[in-house]
Design a protein. Sequence first.
Length: 311
Amino acid sequence: MGGISVIIPVFNVAEYLPDCLDSLVGAGLPRGVEIILVNDGSTDGSAAICRDFADAHGAVFVRQKNAGAAAARNAGIQLARGDYLLFVDGDDLVYNGAIGRLAAILENAAPVDINFLNADIINANGHVKKWSYRYNNDKLGENASLAYICATSRFPISPCIKLLRRDFVMENDIFFTERILCEDVDHTIAALLAAKTFAAIDIPYYIARKNRPGSVMTDPKNAYRRFKSVLHIIGKWRENPAAAPMLAVQYLYLLGMYGKLSKNQQAQHRADMRRLRGIMKGGRPRIFLPLRIFTGLFGIKLSSIIFSKLF
């Protein structure tokens, strides 16, 4: 198995999209790799860039009315023909030749539901910072692989650093929840709980832009929507014991987001934050026991102010 479908949701990223696409094909695309561009109602010239690239490189290009990244990725999944699905955001980059190296590795590897990939971060000044999960492949191959992932407290939330087997996605209905923010969190929990086999491919692969101006996920106007989305996701998975370690991590993000809400919004959800504080019991004790003690001593409001500086 080695065929890869690279799915790229595109919305108003004309400034960054040419570099993204060039990084995919810089060393040439190997046989069996297809690129699927889903234009999500862009108004800035991104569609023309997609069309020209599709004409030049034989990529699949489709348009849809603006419905969000989740809907665009879902459309790409439905079109995909590869054995594996790879998600790339239109404002990010991949290392030169990385797609070819992935394809070659997969060609000689046993089928795996989820392959974890490496990513680095590039800031607004163009500085690249090394960042990786570095999972142990031997432990990922054991029966208790999910327990190992949870014990590390390192959850690869971004879909761009997970290579998913297409049949696994289709058989388990692992699609992105649409019309919410932070859909990556929901999708990751669903995928990790459904997967039976894991592996890690340790090569330089992805370069993610950090805090890009105009991004939906960094726009302060969306702070309350992000908070409510994570609150919804925690409620959705709270009754599943296997999700507890992942939800403990999400509570920390929720706490940080809570500190950035207006006073009225905080008052509306203060009871929720207190009620959900016990979720941290599901996290790794060495990390979360001190955090539970801290929030118990200093309260939700003060704790959220401190955590808002971190997230």
